[in-house]
Design a protein around this ligand. Structure first.
Ligand code: PEP
Ligand code: MG
Length: 581
């Protein structure tokens, strides 16, 4: 009997294949006491395991380097960095010596301490980085336990298979891709999990958060995975199969047509030029963005630089990183967002866990944290200012909720300018400064902010979370996530309007901007600057070049006014009519 299971679409595309259930399970370890004279041997065993884990990853990295899966390289680089970090390499050694316990147990204790720090973070992206800790620790544990061969053995005979797993390590994902896996389905995790990001980068369809998969699906059962809708159809009837096969052919045809758009300008049918920028975390992402035809970076999430290390990068290191990004972009503009983390504890990851906050998303985050921890913020502001002498940079402030907060930040920037003048270091005196509009209070008062800044950028990921009151990392309330909620649309359109009246540009860098279903709507609301994940650039560009903004404006106005879900769905359909899906 055909039945459908719903998860969350994480990587678009359709795959048909027999499912392989892979219960991964974390390596089981127990404490074992070590005699004083065995301690050095145990430390040696641990160090050899870490070295071997590094060699394996380096080998994997070399295999990837020849391809263009830049996200994959980034994951591997991150894991290699972690395997050099004292929190992984030295802290367990200390535990082995102090506790006189086996290496596996010492590593487990250290893993638990690190994970509790990540769990206390409110930023979804950073919190997802706890997976990195688990993946790296698991790799070393399997070497210590001598079970590392199992994972690769499991990955064998997977050609043409859909795999169902609890979660995936990036390395396993990559191995499985080499083995010819056609789709990933995970039990847990949201669309920002590593498996999801990686699947998008590798263009393999993926559905995440399919809670009942292991209970309801049988090994070897034929399934269809629809990565856009987030659906897995089990035992599909011939008619269902025919439908999805035809759909798959259609998607392949559309993709190949789209690649011709790489060098085409992002101009609507009626001649409106649109800025189509990319969201990036690493120089490697910027390279992909450039190849895919982005004309700049609209959101550089600098928090990535601060992760997986005991000490935050100083001004010089940040300056070098920003300059590297600028040079990769070869003259294209870059919007550098100041640090957006939930708590300062990850900067000292090996120490005790942060006290859990009751509502972390509403807590000391992003600009709030930076204003409190000025030793963290000032070096970053100086580094960004200095980098502005090297290329077209904009500085962007996340999570601003009030004008007083903005004024305080502007004063700090002014102070940094004074310091650089005193040091004789150059910077762009007219460096554009902007705010992210991601708190409803800021959207409602966008006109007040617009008086003091050079641009605004709408962060819909947080704006939707705060407007509808749904935790963006909680898949139980994901069903309420709705970019078309009238409240969201009013805030978005009000912000664009406030920018227009003040004569400053308004961009959008949240995921809504990267979803081509909303491109015409956003153009109709007057948005002229989109910043999207590099993988979404061509699809959004296609929607732009096919759009007639006069028509889009008329329908967008109707959609904002529509109260009933049926009406707005009908208007959206009319807006997107004729668009390649
Ligand atoms: C957003 O909130 O929409 C955004 C782009 O910022 P982040 O996803 O990094 O919170
Ligand atoms: Mg945000």
């Amino acid at each position: 009997m055909t039945f459908a299971l719903n998860g969350i679409g994480a990587s678009k595309g359709i795959a048909i294949g027999r499912i392989r259930l892979l219960e991964r399970g974390r390596a089981e370890v127990a404490e074992r006491a070590i005699a004083p004279e065995e301690v050095n041997d145990e430390v040696g065993r641990f160090r050899r395991a870490v070295r071997r884990a590094r060699t394996e990853l380096e080998r994997l990295g070399r295999r990837v380097a020849s391809g263009d899966a830049t996200d994959v390289s980034a994951f591997i680089d991150t894991h290699l960095l972690m395997l050099q970090d004292a929190s992984i390499t030295s802290a367990p050694v200390r535990i082995i010596r102090e506790r006189r316990c086996n290496a596996e147990w010492a590593l487990k204790l250290q893993r638990d301490a690190l994970v509790s720090v990540f769990d206390a973070m409110e930023d979804a992206y950073l919190r997802s980085r706890r997976d990195d800790v688990d993946h790296v620790v698991d790799r070393v544990q399997r070497i210590l336990l001598g079970t590392e061969g199992e994972a690769s053995a499991r990955a064998k005979r997977l050609a043409g298979r859909v795999v169902l797993v609890d979660d995936l390590t990036p390395a396993d994902t990559l191995l499985m891709q080499h083995q010819g896996v056609v789709a990933f389905v995970t039990q847990y995790g949201g669309p920002n999990s590593h498996a999801a990001i990686l699947a998008r980068s590798l263009r393999i369809p993926a559905v995440v958060g399919l809670h009942d998969g292991f209970r309801l699906l049988a090994d070897d059962e034929l399934v269809v995975v629809d990565g856009r809708q987030g659906v897995v159809m089990a035992s599909p009837k011939p008619a269902v199969l025919r439908h999805f096969r035809a759909r798959r052919l259609e998607i392949a045809r559309i993709r190949s047509t789209r690649s011709r758009l790489r060098r085409a300008p992002a101009v609507t049918r009626d001649g409106e030029a649109v800025h189509l920028h990319a969201n990036v975390e690493l120089p490697a992402d910027a390279l992909t963005a450039r190849k895919e035809g982005a004309t700049g970076v609209g959101l550089y999430r600098t928090e990535y630089l601060f992760m997986n290390r005991a000490v935050p990068p100083d001004e010089e290191e940040q300056y070098a990183a920003y300059c590297e990004m600028i040079s990769v972009l070869r003259g294209a503009p870059i919007t550098i967002r100041t640090l957006d983390i939930g708590a300062d504890k990850q900067l000292d990851g090996a120490k005790a866990a942060a006290p859990a906050t009751l509502n972390p998303a509403l807590g000391l985050r992003a600009i709030r944290l930076c204003l409190k921890e000025q030793n963290l913020f000032l070096p970053q502001l100086r580094a960004i200012l200095r980098a502005s002498a090297r290329g077209p940079v904009r500085l962007m402030l996340p999570m601003i909720s009030g004008v007083a907060e903005l004024m305080q930040t502007l004063e700090m920037i002014e102070r940094c300018r004074g310091e650089l003048v005193a040091r004789g270091q150059p910077f762009d005196p007219s460096l554009p400064i902007g705010v992210m509009i991601e708190v409803p209070a800021a959207a409602i008062c966008a006109d007040l902010f617009a008086r003091h800044v050079d641009f605004m950028s709408i962060g819909t990921n947080d704006l939707i979370q705060y407007t509808i009151a749904i935790d963006r990392v909680d898949d139980e309330v994901n069903y309420l996530y709705d970019p078309l909620h009238p409240a969201v649309l009013r805030l978005v359109s009000g912000t664009i309007e406030a920018g227009r009246k003040a004569g400053i540009p308004v961009a959008m860098c949240g995921e809504m901007a990267g979803d081509a279903r909303y491109t015409r709507l956003l153009l109709g609301l007057g948005l002229q600057e989109f910043s999207v994940h590099p993988g979404a650039l061509l699809e959004v560009k296609q929607a732009i070049v096919e759009c007639d903004t006069h028509e889009a404006r008329r329908l967008a106005r109707r959609l904002v006014r529509a109260g009933r879900v049926e009406t707005r769905d009908a208007v959206l359909e009319a807006l997107n009519r004729g668009m390649a899906a």
